[in-house]
Every structure is written in structure tokens, then in C-alpha cells.
Design a protein around this ligand. Sequence first.
Ligand SMILES: [Zn+2]
Length: 363
Amino acid sequence: MTASSEPQREATSRRRFLAAAGTAAAVPAAAALIGGGPLAGTARAAAPGGLTDYAPVPPGALGPALNADGYFAGNISGNLYWVTDSVYQAMFLTTRDGVVLVDAPPTIGHNLLRAISAVTQANSSPAKVTHLVYSHSHADHIGASALLGADVVRIGHSECRRLLLREADPNRPAPTVTFDDHYVLETGGERLLLDYHGPNHTPDNIFIYAPDHQTLMVVDVIFPGWVPFKNLAVSQDIPSWIRAQDVAMGYPWQTLVGGHLGRLGRRADGNLQIAYVADLLAGARATIASLDPTPFFARYGNNSWAIFKAYLDAAAAQVAAPVTAKYLGRLAAADVFTADNAYVMFESLRVDYGTLGPFGNHP
Ligand SMILES: [Zn+2]
């Protein structure tokens, strides 16, 4: 692909299309350019009302049907279970002394207790949640933790405690049992290994491994069947988040609880996401070497931010187009978040990996 002509042409045709559809005024320029990147590649049209139409979700990306209460609870192996509302996931271990719950997403909320009650009734074990493990401090994964009451043992990374003490959110009491590197939770004849491998999605995100069940739970790192959530899962440390995928694959798991969406993960899901992310990084490297910034300097003169915005938007579109085309149909929502993921990858290449391209070394 030569210089910037392709993304510019795409952007122009998109703008024309949006104007024709009468939606241009309702769609911010950035959304039209970034969010619209995959539109051109997949020939999708805006639905009536101005909402973008996307490719159907491949059936293999979807999980089991939800029950009338809006959740699905399933057995993973032995006393290990998972629960989902098809967007979020939690995991729990029943033991002869009570239940160990990992995460309490507010979207599942009281259905966590319903799921635990149904499962423990069926396997004749105590329903009381004795331990709550925090995968990380984010409210969307642990914000229903207050449901578990005051006498549950709350376990998380020491950084998770620091962050939650700072937030002072009544829905997220800080963990009281903390660790820095490794923690073995043994209770009622069951065990979980909690490992910290440094910052990734957040500074406190941990790996929770159930060795007797060959199951790993790590949240916001691998998204089975789907492309990563917007901006590479809104991760705070992109190079470490990329490495965290490999750290996850280093565990001998057969089942992954990713914390999101409707189904469990298999090892092939991890490998496919790693390939997708590697393609984004390779595309970013190729784009920064080939995309000519001259038109943006010429057009915007002394408006430095306009130059950067136009350049970065064009770069993201150029990175995203072939990746979207390659993974559409293999990863759900490749046409939804690949442009955003490409944008963040390109910025990370510049500022984290230090490949600054035209905004780098002064001649
Ligand atoms: Zn998170």
C-alpha cells in the first residue's frame, strides 16, 4: 500500500456515504474515521437511525443459552464451576467448607448467589461463600463484591488493595488478605494458585490457576472467540498486556475463564488471539515505515494536534483494514473493535516500543 492515498480515499468515500445517509451531523469526525475503518472493507451499510451494521457473530463465539433468570452456570471439572450472563463471567469452587468465588461482576449480581445456591444444592455442599478472590480492582468485575457481606475473606494482590483503599468504593471493599508474588489458597480440600506476573491490563491483574482442574482464570487478557475489547481491552500497559497472553499460555490449562463473553476458552482461542495481536503489531510497524506524513503537515500547518490526529487516524485505518479482513468470520466483532485496537497498537509502537517514525529523530 502506498503512502496515505488509500486511507484518505476510504475516508472520503465514507464521509460521502454518511452525508448521503443524512447522518453526518450526528457522527463525530473521529468516529466516522476510526470507527468507520472496517466499513469500507466489509461493504457494510449504516442501518436506519444511523447505527452501524456489523457482520453477524460467528455461532462458535457464542456460549450456552441463558436461563429465565438471565444466567448460565456450568460445571468445568469436579467442584469447579463458572457462571456467565453472556457478557461477563465469574468462577467458583465448591468445597466441603464453603464456596470460593472469583470475581463478582455487577451485571451478574444476585444471579451469582442464585447460581451458587443451585449448584451447592445439587452437589450437597455448603452454599456460604467463605472466600472471594479479586482478579483485579475494576468495578465491572468486582463491583458486586459487597453482596458477599462482611465476613467473607477477601483476597487480592497488594496493588489491588492499594487501589481500592484509594477509591473507597462501598461496592468494592479492599481485599484484606494480600500477596505480592504468589499465594496458595487451600480450603475444604480444594486449592487455587494465585500468581502475579507484573502489570498488564491493570497494575494488579492476577492469574488464578486451578491445578486440579487444568483451568486458568485471567481477566481482560484473552477473549475466546472474539477480538479484544476496544483499545486492546483498555489496557494500561500494552507491551505487558501482549506478554500476558504468552504468560497465560505458559500454564498447562485446558479451560480458560476469560472474564468476558459467553463461553469458556480453549487453547486454540489463545493462539488465535496472539496471532491477531501480532498481525496488528506487524501492521503498525509496516505502516509507520510507509505512511507519508507530508500531506498532513501541508494541510494543517501550525495546528500540531490536527496533524497528529489525521496522521494517527490514517495510520490506524491502514493497520486495521487487512487485519479486519483476515479475521472477520474467525473472531467475532473483528469489524467492531479492530480499528480501535489498531489505533492503540500504533500509539504503543511509538511511545512504548520507541519506534517514532516521522515524529522521531530530527535529521
Ligand atoms: Zn478490567
